[in-house]
Each structure stands twice: as C-alpha cells, then as structure tokens.
Design a protein around this ligand. Sequence first.
Ligand code: GDP
Length: 342
Amino acid sequence: MLEPWTPVDAELAALRARLLEGERRALAKAITLVESTLPAHQERAQRLLSELLPFAGKARRIGVTGVPGVGKSTFIEAFGLMLVEAGHRIAVLAVDPSSVRSRGSILGDKTRMPRLAVHEAAFVRPSPSGGSLGGVARRTREALLLCEAAGYDVVLVETVGVGQSEVAVAGMVDFFLMLGLAGGGDELQGIKRGILEVADAVMFNKADGDNRVRAERAAAEARAALRLLRGRGQGWEPVVGTVSALEGRGLAALWEVVEAHREQQQASGRLDAQRAAQRRTWFEEALNDGLREAFEARADVARLLPELRRAVDEQRITPTEAARRALALLHAPPVGASASSG
Ligand code: GDP
C-alpha cells in the first residue's frame, strides 16, 4: 500500500493555491523548490507535485532542438509571441547540458527572448544547473508539470543539439521539433540519426533572402532521406519544411502541424501510451539514480571506487571484476552506518 501524504502545511497550501491561479511568482518559487538539493526541500517539492498532479497534463509539450546558432531562441521568441497573441499561455523551459558541469547556462536565458520573457502570458525559465544530466532532466520534467498546473497550455522545452540531452528532452515531450540549417552538401550530416528517428518535424530555419532557395532544397533532400530512413510506418510521418524565425514565415503552418499531430495522437491513443511510457522510464531512471547515489554515498564504496577506476585504467583488472568487487560491498554491512537498521 502507498502511504498517504501527511497534510500540507499552510505555507505549502498557499503556494499551491497561488500557483493554481496562474501566479508567475508562485510558479517560479515552486520550481526553485523542485530544483533545490536540500532533502527537506525535496520532500516539500514532492508533496506539492503530488497535490498538483491532477491539474497537470493538459499542455502541448514541445521539444525544440538544434545546434547553437540555428536560431532556437529567435524561433522560440517568434513562435511564442505568435501563440500568446492567439490567446495561449506559453512556458519555456530548457535542458542545458553545459549547465551540468559549469553551472553556467547557455540556454533558456531570459535575455535570449527579451520580448517573450516579459509578456504576461509567458513564463521563461533557464535550465536548472549542476548535477548529472539525469538530475537536470528530472527537475525540468517536474517544472513542466508545475507549468501545466499553473495553466500554461503550451510548454516548449529547449535543448542544444548534443546527443544525450536531446534524448532526455524527447523523453518528456509529445512533439519533438528539430531545427536545421541548410549547409553545403549532405543536409543530414549535421543532423544525427538518433534525432531524426525521434523528430516529429524537421524545419530548416533562416529560409529568407538569399538563403530561402537553399533551405527549400535542403528540406527536399532531408524529406527524401527521411523516407528512406524511417520507411512508411503507421502513425505520424515526420514533417519536413522551412521556416524563417526572423521573418515569422512558416510559424503558423508549423503550429497547424503540431495541432494535427496532437489530434492524430489523441485519436489513436498514442498520446496516452507515449506519456505512460515516459512516466515509466522516468520512474526507472529515478530508481537507478537513487540506487547509484545511495551506493556511492557509502564510505567504503567511496574509498574503493577511485582505486578500482585506476586499476581499470591501467588494465590491472577487468572492468567486470572491478564492478564485481565494488558490488560485493553491498553484502558487507555499511562501514560507519548506525546499527539501528539491523
Ligand atoms: P540559437 O543559438 O540556436 O539560440 O540561435 P539564435 O536564435 O541566437 O540565432 C543565431 C543567429 O541567427 C542570430 O544572429 C539570429 O539573428 C540569426 N537568426 C535566427 N533566426 C534567423 C532567421 O530565420 N533568418 C535569419 N536570416 N537569421 C536568423
């Protein structure tokens, strides 16, 4: 049986109420709670999330990726402004792999989308920083739920085009948009296969001025290649086209694509199935991360691991044997642990 939550205290109840009313400051505060690494904050954050879960889930969750310079922030600003003008409420989140190490952020920075960030129907939040990519992704997923509970009906999750973080974002959205650039020659070179396999749309940006013809050509090539790569399956066929974030060209058509995708996914039951699979993966990942953290927190493990890593580097031991020796510690009582558990 799952234990029921202890009732929320007055402060948390007030935060929940303000968030449900769509108050931006309450949302920001809740996300800060979710991002905190303090155990007491984490517990409060999880309690708040559980309370808000029934109000989440209604947004179009859209991932946006592309290499630095492709025009992601220009695109998100233009696309976001178009949608708020049409009456939507837009939240912009980010998963920035550079923030994992440096604790700095190259993505999701408010100054990158100056007009959208100050719009009253928009909420722009930089990537959480620090910790593992898994940790950053977990906090972004939770922030996404909070945005939904706060009434944002479109959530854009931005990431740069470097493998792992794209996979993480693909695992939390309904629709994955890849922004591309027309280059010389092989148009798919810059677009990794793994991403093509999960993209629901590939849009070549900067289709304006002299570049427009090249962008159209790139899109035609990518369309043909994608057909070869993915074949004709059942379900959604990825859409390949061109946009100009700068001129706003193609953005309305792209929104229609997002809506058509949504309708198809809902009608076929794929939306629910995909979200259920994502939640399941999220749970398994959280479990893995937690196990690893608890394991590495043991004093005996912390002592032995550097030694084993060195031994593996210097080929004094096979990686399998090294892992076996580390894991053998699980059968020994934790050194320095209190005896209360036994
Ligand atoms: P990001 O690094 O992917 O976020 O890219 P930015 O949005 O910062 O854009 C990089 C550069 O490309 C900036 O100088 C933008 O003004 C320019 N840019 C973005 N979108 C377009 C577009 O549609 N057309 C043209 N011509 N330039 C663009």
